[in-house]
Write a protein that binds this ligand. Structure first.
Ligand code: GDP
Length: 195
């Protein structure tokens, strides 16, 4: 799947802009700065494909990429900006809710969690939304290269404990480092297996 072409399709700001749900789709969610763009770029092998969402003004766009003309990869806006205006946050939450609850072709959501920080309350909010929307999600730890094995073990305990409370959580975690390439082949294989 990832050996084929990856192309940017469109950025969507409202439900009527969504492409037809005619193929399997996976989405990526995570707090701003979690390493989502780096991960998508590592997965697709294309630097600069996903741009870091560094400003709250860009938080509303849902970006669609086509994988080998057979799947969609969806980059959801980063959440948890400290200074994002309330109106923007609300508009984004509405769109996110509509997207997650109404997308028949969505096979799995990957919720990115910074390995240094574990699951935060904003992550729990999106996980609860995924539970309610009955979208299976899988936690992906990012930046694992920044931790020692003992530190990582502690975070894994925290993450597993919190995931156990979410009915839509897929139990298997994916540990990644975009910097070192760890976990990238596994994540590609998981996505390719979601027909
Ligand atoms: P986004 O806002 O979630 O898209 O986050 P970015 O992909 O822009 O990454 C945020 C910061 O974390 C950047 O400075 C990246 O260089 C850094 N980063 C991302 N992934 C990794 C990783 O796997 N290891 C390390 N050490 N740093 C990373």
């Amino acid at each position: 799947l990832f050996a084929g072409e990856v192309t940017f399709l469109k950025g969507v700001v409202a439900m009527d802009g969504l492409p037809p749900d005619d193929r399997p789709e996976v989405c990526f969610a995570g707090r701003s700065n979690v390493g989502k763009s780096s991960l998508i770029n590592a997965l697709t092998g294309r630097k600069g494909l996903a741009r870091a969402s560094n400003t709250p003004g860009r938080t509303q766009e849902i970006n669609f990429f086509t994988l080998a003309e057979s799947h969609y990869l969806v980059d959801l806006p980063g959440y948890g900006f400290a200074n994002a205006p309330v109106a923007i946050v609300e508009k984004w939450q509405r769109l996110l809710k509509q997207y997650l609850s109404g997308r028949a072709s969505l096979r799995r959501a990957f919720v990115l969690v910074d390995a240094r920080h574990g699951i935060k309350s904003v992550d729990e909010e999106i996980m609860t939304l995924l539970d309610r929307s009955a979208v299976t999600f899988q936690a992906v730890l990012t930046k694992t290269d920044k931790l020692k094995a003992s530190e990582l073990d502690k975070v894994l305990d925290q993450v597993r404990g919190k995931l156990a409370k979410h009915p839509a959580a897929y139990p298997e975690l994916v540990l990644t480092s975009s910097e070192k390439g760890d976990g990238i082949p596994l994540l590609r294989a998981i996505i390719a297996g979601l027909a």
